[in-house]
Ligand binder design. Structure first.
Ligand code: NAD
Ligand code: ZN
Length: 359
């Protein structure tokens, strides 16, 4: 039952560290087909960062609009097939963007060496062969996708990650300059994902000295960033948020997330809500379970004058709420952590529906 976790192989941290990418990639340029695949958030098309991407004429650069939907198995399969047919297997994949782009980069790096559709590999340790080299550059901080061993994909049947040791990035570049342009609402919602990771990791069965050490430090940083004397989206705090996100991700890796993430998965799967925003919609109503955390979370929202909508569930159909509850209920590892091994005596579809109806 002890987790044996593969960490990121190499991490560069600091302002301007994005410039190191060229020399890092140069060591790999002769691998496989001798070209790199760059997956970049569409937001950066035409921005200054585009001119700094060290792509060579032989490389493939794909700008991806992450807003219509979270990454899908179909998207990964189509992109993999297109590149394989036109150029073969790349030397590596570089993902520049938020959790969506990082998950796409992680997933596609595995799918260049594992046959068939990515739907076959949604789950734990189903991937059969190591993927190709992959490098991640977060441009919005909070999900911890930069450090996690999962690449979350929405498939026709389930929203579930390709989870194994080979999913973890070979290299991550943490350059706080890149998150400066994130708009305030996204900055807060995504940052709150880190905060919620820590609260959930701390409040449950699987919390231990190792996960606690990361959560404690990440929470300290979150409090400085969102409530402290210099609270706000400024360079000093951007430096801290990148580290908080990484540490929050490490904390939950060695512990587990809880009730908020279980319900949030239901909202994403059935109604297509984005992960971080869905978490915020849910977390505000979980005071019965995370009393102190919810109180502080509300303080953070208030401080930054961001309001969450109320009464949303009035517009949801009963069968949608039931479907969401079923998704949440099936995440038994999260309930087990949050409530305990006898969680089924305390939680059922009806009690989960009641939580959704608070939203
Ligand atoms: P995202 O990648 O979906 O991007 C959110 C928005 O921010 C987009 O509109 C994007 O264009 C914009 N953006 C990104 N960087 C920007 C910048 N520097 N300036 C301006 N705008 C910028 O955001 P996310 O919340 O980081 O990721 C969500 C995804 O991550 C979901 O698909 C979720 O399933 C996944 N996720 C994965 C893990 C994991 O462990 N693998 C954990 C949590 C969430
Ligand atoms: Zn999360």
């Amino acid at each position: 039952m002890h987790k044996n976790f593969k960490n990121i192989e190499k991490v560069i941290y600091g302002r301007g560290s994005f410039a190191s990418m060229e020399s890092i990639l140069s060591e790999r340029r002769n691998d496989n087909g001798g070209f790199f695949l760059f997956l970049i958030d569409q937001y950066f098309k035409g921005k200054e960062l585009e001119t700094r991407i060290p792509a060579q004429p032989v490389d493939v650069v794909e700008f991806i609009d992450v807003d219509p939907e979270e990454p899908t198995t179909d998207q990964v399969d189509r992109l993999r097939d297109k590149i394989m047919q036109s150029k073969g297997i790349p030397s590596g994949v570089v993902g520049i963007g938020g959790g969506s782009i990082m998950d796409l980069a992680k997933a596609i790096s595995l799918m260049f060496t594992n046959k068939g559709s990515s739907t076959l590999y949604q789950g734990l340790n189903l991937i059969r062969y190591p993927g190709i080299y992959h490098l991640g550059v977060p441009t919005i901080s909070g999900t911890g996708a930069e450090v996690s061993m999962t690449a979350v994909l929405t498939g026709p049947e389930k929203k579930l990650g390709l989870k194994c040791d080979w999913t973890v990035f070979n290299q991550v570049i943490l350059d706080p300059e890149l998150i400066a342009s994130v708009p305030k609402d996204k900055w807060l919602f995504t940052g709150m994902d880190t905060y919620i990771h820590c609260i959930e990791s701390e409040n449950g069965l699987l919390n231990n000295a190792f996960s606690h050490a990361y959560a404690e430090q990440s929470l300290k940083l979150c409090r400085e960033i969102f409530l402290g004397k210099h609270a706000g989206h400024n360079p000093e705090n951007d430096d801290k948020l990148m580290v908080a996100s990484l540490m929050g991700g490490l904390s939950l890796t060695y512990s587990e997330v809880g009730i908020c993430h279980a319900l949030s998965y239901g909202l994403s799967k059935i109604l297509g809500e984005k992960h971080c925003y869905a978490n915020c919609l849910v977390f505000q109503h979980l005071e019965d379970y995370y009393q102190e955390g919810v109180r502080e979370f509300k303080q953070m929202l208030f401080k930054h004058q961001v309001e969450l909508p109320q009464g949303l569930s009035n517009k949801w159909k009963d069968d949608e709420i039931t479907a969401m509850s079923q998704v949440a209920y099936n995440l038994s590892h999260m309930w087990n952590h949050a409530i305990g091994p006898n969680w089924k005596e305390k939680i059922n579809i009806e009690s989960i529906k009641a939580l959704y109806k608070r939203i």
